[in-house]
Design a protein around this ligand. Structure first.
Ligand code: HEM
Length: 464
């Protein structure tokens, strides 16, 4: 197991050097970083073999790294080690190349553009509900994965990926399961033909096959669908050259993976939290009934679905799909007087900061009400950062918030989700935070319940 030794690295009165084996990080990284923060406070030095890293746990220090000194850092080792998956896509590329691609991609995420995706999001959610029956048992995580994948496919690539959903879902599950082994991810080169690497290669090839098909079909048709894929296909360098299939593959796989698994997990955690907090669930239903009555939500309803928004905000606080971030220093500087030398890592964990009693009362409790009266504005900027921050902030944050709120409203209007007893719901902290064995639920139609209330003479705001 691991040993922690206090050493004067970096120099200073309260600094520590923690020697760490990967055991606890692999087994339970959430607990691992929580314990470091508890034991060492806002800043701690970590070392594995020759790799030195600093763990920071104060919002101001996080802002220093992600915003004020962003250009002094590149992405961390875990993301770098996943370059064979994401290639030179937005999440993993660096420098001028990244900036160019970010500018190119940005228009697909402008507010007005995203607004045009709202109807698709609700339509796909409704279509899923058409197949749901009261009393049925389902893995709601699987359902959310499929739904959010269809939505990303349709909105960004104008492609129907329904028939691919199962394959991609399985491949992704395996990739994340393997990716949760940080020791392997960081220290075993991806080109070594180990069994895990060979599996990763196979699963990536599965996903690639689908993306190359979508790219090929669009190139062949020459159609301008006005979506992200058309924008990428039309984009030209100053010398007039266009993106190669490989570049397109990197951008599309990044958006495809980053854009659906994160929102699916956020929704899955939300269902799990709601099922355990009936008073929150009731309040959400009351809002949906009052705002929507018997119709599905639209974009225009979003400003009125205030509580639903708080539910998502709170869910992202407790179960942030991106549970931690890492950077590598590309030049020497210092954080709060600590020398950071080139090549050193910096790690921060939303999971830990979002559960810190300095920023949140009863942080372990699911209380959407805490976001009333503009809590966000009163908190230090990086006490809540589910989408990161600075230049590398999530490009899909508005997309994700709109999508999760609309899907939550569409489903919760019709169904209550009850947890299946004895099914373990356990977080798997891989690149993202997902429920390892899914979330098994029993569906309970709300209309039926309302109808019963009507027939017994009870009042209801819902006229389904
Ligand atoms: C609840 C859902 C989501 C969460 C919690 C989330 C979280 C994050 C975080 C924390 C980062 C920054 C990573 C870093 O600094 O190292 C990030 C980057 C990114 N996200 Fe998201 N994300 C979500 C949804 C989405 C969606 C829907 C899309 C696209 C459709 C997307 C696409 C991306 C991309 C392309 C980047 C890289 C941006 C860049 O470096 O320029 N994400 N996301």
């Amino acid at each position: 197991m691991w040993r922690a030794t206090r050493t004067r690295f970096p120099p200073g009165p309260s600094e520590v050097l923690k020697r760490w084996s990967f055991g606890p990080l692999n087994d339970n990284p959430l607990e691992y970083f929580t314990n470091i923060a508890r034991e060492y406070g806002d800043i701690a030095g970590l070392r594995i073999l020759n790799f030195k890293s600093i763990f920071i746990n104060h919002p101001d220090l996080i802002e220093e790294v992600l915003v004020n000194n962003a250009r002094r850092y590149s992405k961390g080792r875990v993301l770098r080690a996943n370059r064979h998956v994401f290639g030179e896509g937005l999440l993993t590329s660096e420098g001028d190349f990244w900036l160019r691609q970010r500018r190119l991609t940005q228009p697909a995420f402008h507010r007005a553009r995203i607004a045009s995706y709202a109807a698709t999001m609700v339509e796909y959610a409704q279509r899923m509900l058409d197949g749901w029956r009261s009393g049925e048992e389902r893995d709601v995580h699987r359902e959310m994965m499929r739904l959010t994948m269809q939505i990303v496919g349709k909105t960004l690539f104008d492609a129907d990926v329904d028939r691919d959903a199962q394959e991609v879902g399985k491949s992704l599950e395996l990739l994340l399961e393997i990716g949760a082994n940080f020791r392997r991810t960081i220290f075993v080169p991806h080109w070594l033909p180990t069994p895990a690497n060979l599996r990763v290669k196979r699963e990536v090839a599965q996903i690639e096959k689908i993306l190359y098909r979508i790219i090929g079909e669009r190139r062949a048709s020459g159609r301008d669908a006005g979506d992200l894929l058309s924008m990428l296909l039309a984009a030209q360098d100053e010398d007039g050259s266009r993106m190669t299939d490989r570049q397109l593959r990197d951008e599309t796989i990044t958006l495809f993976l980053a854009g659906h698994e994160t929102t699916a997990s956020t929704l899955s955690w939300t269902w799990w939290l709601l099922a355990q907090n009936p008073s929150v669930e009731t309040k959400l239903h009351q809002e949906l009934d009052a705002v929507l009555g018997d119709r599905p939500p639209t974009l225009d309803d979003l400003p009125k679905l205030v509580y639903a928004g708080h539910v998502i905000t709170e869910s992202l606080r407790l179960y942030p799909a991106a549970w931690g971030l890492a950077r590598l220093a590309v030049e020497d500087h210092e954080i709060a007087g600590y020398p950071v030398t080139k090549g050193m890592g910096v790690t921060m964990a939303q999971w830990v900061v979002h559960r810190d009693t300095r920023w949140y009362d009863a942080p372990e409790e699911f209380r959407p009400e805490r976001w009333e009266n503009d809590l966000l504005k009163r908190l230090p900027r990086f006490a809540y950062f589910p989408f990161g921050g600075g230049p590398r902030q999530c490009i899909g944050n508005t997309f994700a918030l709109m999508e999760t709120t609309l899907i939550l409203a569409t489903i919760a209007r019709k169904f209550r989700l009850r947890l299946v007893a004895n099914h373990p719901v356990v977080p798997l902290a891989s690149i993202t935070l997902r429920p390892r064995h899914g979330v098994r639920v029993t569906l309970e139609a709300r209309q039926k319940e309302e109808a019963v209330r009507f027939s017994t003479g009870e009042q209801s705001a819902v006229a389904n």
